[in-house]
Design a protein around this ligand. Structure first.
Ligand SMILES: [Zn+2]
Length: 155
């Protein structure tokens, strides 16, 4: 545009009119879509020309997601079943209650030697089944009686 400053106002005006009028190279080429054209283009974008067409939400993909979900649920289920934490938590909770009940029933007294010890009392499973936390299966023993019987070492 080296000659720009040398153009006369008339020339500039003529140029302006040319650029804004029918002589504008872009005239008639301006991208103006009718609503129908917009809709048509939109549908085309949603169709097979869309890059993701056929790659989204196919049954195969859904099945794969389902498998992944199943695997995750399965892991959680196995974890729950094998579920050392939850199982032991409930078990220890039951054993705690069992122990408290037996000691209370036996008045915190060793049922073999009659010793009373608030902190050191053991609750022995009479049938040797540690999972049988029925209060009638429990007997309060002092630490020494319990260990001397050796019963607590047996299953
Ligand atoms: Zn005792």
């Amino acid at each position: 545009m080296a000659n720009y400053s040398k153009r006369t106002p008339e020339q500039l005006k003529a140029m302006s009119e040319r650029m804004s009028g029918v002589n504008n190279p872009m005239y008639g080429k301006r991208v103006v879509y009718s609503p129908e054209e917009c809709k048509r283009r939109s549908e085309r974008q949603m169709g097979e020309n869309n890059t993701f067409y056929g790659k989204h939400h196919t049954e195969e993909t859904k099945a794969r997601w389902s498998d992944i979900r199943s695997e995750r649920v399965g892991e959680q289920t196995n974890h729950w079943k094998g579920g050392t934490y939850v199982k032991n938590h409930n078990s220890s909770e039951r054993r705690f209650i069992f122990r408290e009940e037996v000691i209370k029933r036996d008045n915190n007294t060793c049922q073999m030697c009659g010793v009373q010890n608030e902190k050191g009392m053991h609750v022995h499973h009479i049938d040797l089944d540690n999972s049988n936390n029925d209060i009638n299966n429990g007997i309060t023993l002092c630490k020494y009686c319990h260990e001397s019987t050796g019963l607590h070492k047996k299953k």
